[in-house]
Ligand binder design. Structure first.
Ligand SMILES: C[S@@+](CC[C@H](N)C(=O)[O-])C[C@H]1O[C@@H](n2cnc3c(N)ncnc32)[C@H](O)[C@@H]1O
Length: 355
């Protein structure tokens, strides 16, 4: 599979034109306003190209980071059961645009996924199909691109994994709620990613409430199903560093060779198999925590590293947050803390060690 940045450079050779820069500025203005746009933001081929050039590498990287966090924290995830049987994983990407989530999912499971992208923007879908064809990955290239405008009442086709990336904030609240409910009815595993802003966090928090009410199990980032312990003036978010291509720098006028994409997310698994005749390995079994492995905490900030000390801000399995200092005297825990990053898991200091 070729790198997304390389494919974008090949597919959009003359993207850095004045018209393209204007299209980027238009999109940035719409997204910065924070309001759900009345009309589709990615409305024509120029804007689709602008979106792919300046946003898609970052949204794809955030989706990949969230996906791998869910899988790392819960290696027994329902998805892995399908992968063990070699059956292709069915993936539905709602509001998928130019296919950021498709690239992330196929990067995680090369050659093992059958993806369908639904979006209302025909120019975004057309560009997405072109990029996927250029990927050099037959599975990614065979993605189905479906032009559909979401509207309530809403149903979605069943899929092992449903991804909703950077979409909820573009929808009016009732439609965003209907989309989350439809995804909970359609998916075995659900991944929602939004910008790492208070507004993105509010959308994820609302989806979290509905996910728990439907009896789902949270996989990441939350180590518990209690109320989010963060105060009103804080919001749960992570960051992923994304290299900026020359094309990106030309379009956006940035100097740095990278940017930190802040995102907030939720990954969850359905409580029971959809098929009552399915073999006994149920999702609940596959995702249930092993009693010998206590649920780890989640690191909520960049760890602060001082001489001989690492300070971590943790969200803990008991539903509280805490500042924890790990000192060099703690040996293995210190070495682990030194290699722990914002968004990773870390053993809960209050959990009793495995017997
Ligand atoms: C910010 S883009 C995100 C694209 C992609 N998921 C990503 O992560 O890069 C939001 C996408 O939602 C789509 N969208 C917005 N409202 C929609 C609706 N009512 N029905 C279908 N798609 C919609 C837009 O066309 C756009 O492609």
């Amino acid at each position: 599979m070729r790198e997304l940045a390389t494919v974008l450079r090949d597919a959009l050779p003359s993207a850095a034109t004045p018209a393209a820069r204007r299209a980027v500025e238009d999109l940035r203005t719409i997204y910065r306003s924070g309001a759900a746009p009345d009309t589709l933001a990615v409305s024509d081929p120029q804007r689709a190209a602008a979106y792919a050039a300046y946003r898609m590498p970052a949204t794809s990287a955030a989706l990949y980071a969230a996906l791998t966090a869910g899988l790392t924290a819960h290696p027994g995830l329902a998805l892995s059961a399908d992968l063990a049987t070699q059956a292709p994983l069915t993936h539905l990407d709602v509001g998928g645009g130019t296919g950021a989530a498709v690239w992330a999912v196929h990067r995680a499971w090369p050659g093992r996924v059958r993806s369908t992208v639904i979006d209302a923007s025909a120019p975004a879908l057309a560009l997405g199909a072109d990029l996927a064809r250029r990927s050099g990955d037959p599975a990614l290239a065979s993605t189905t691109w479906e032009s559909r405008r979401l509207a309530a009442p809403l149903t979605l086709p069943a899929a092992d994994l449903v991804t909703i990336g950077y979409v909820l904030g573009e929808l009016p609240d009732p439609l965003a709620t209907a989309l989350v409910d439809a995804a909970l009815n359609a998916a075995r595993t659900l991944l929602i990613v939004e910008p790492g802003t208070p507004r993105g966090y509010a959308a994820v928090l609302s989806a979290r409430t509905r996910t728990l009410a439907a009896g789902w199990r949270l996989l990441a980032p939350c180590p518990h199903a209690r109320a989010c312990p963060l105060p009103d003036n804080d919001w749960c978010h992570m960051a992923v560093r994304v290299p900026r291509s020359g094309l990106h720098r030309d379009l956006k006028g940035g100097e740095l060779g990278w940017e930190d994409e802040k995102y907030t997310y939720l990954m969850a698994a359905a409580p029971t198999p959809r098929d009552p005749l399915a073999p006994p390995t149920s999702h609940a079994d596959a995702t249930a925590p092993s009693p010998a492995q206590p649920t780890p905490a989640r690191v909520l900030r960049h760890p602060l590293i001082r001489k001989g000390l690492v300070q971590l801000t943790l969200c803990r399995p008991d539903g509280t947050t805490a500042q924890v200092t790990v000192s060099k005297r703690q040996g293995a825990a210190y070495r682990l803390a030194r290699h722990t990053a914002w968004g990773d898991t870390f053993p809960d200091p209050r959990a009793s060690p495995p017997s």
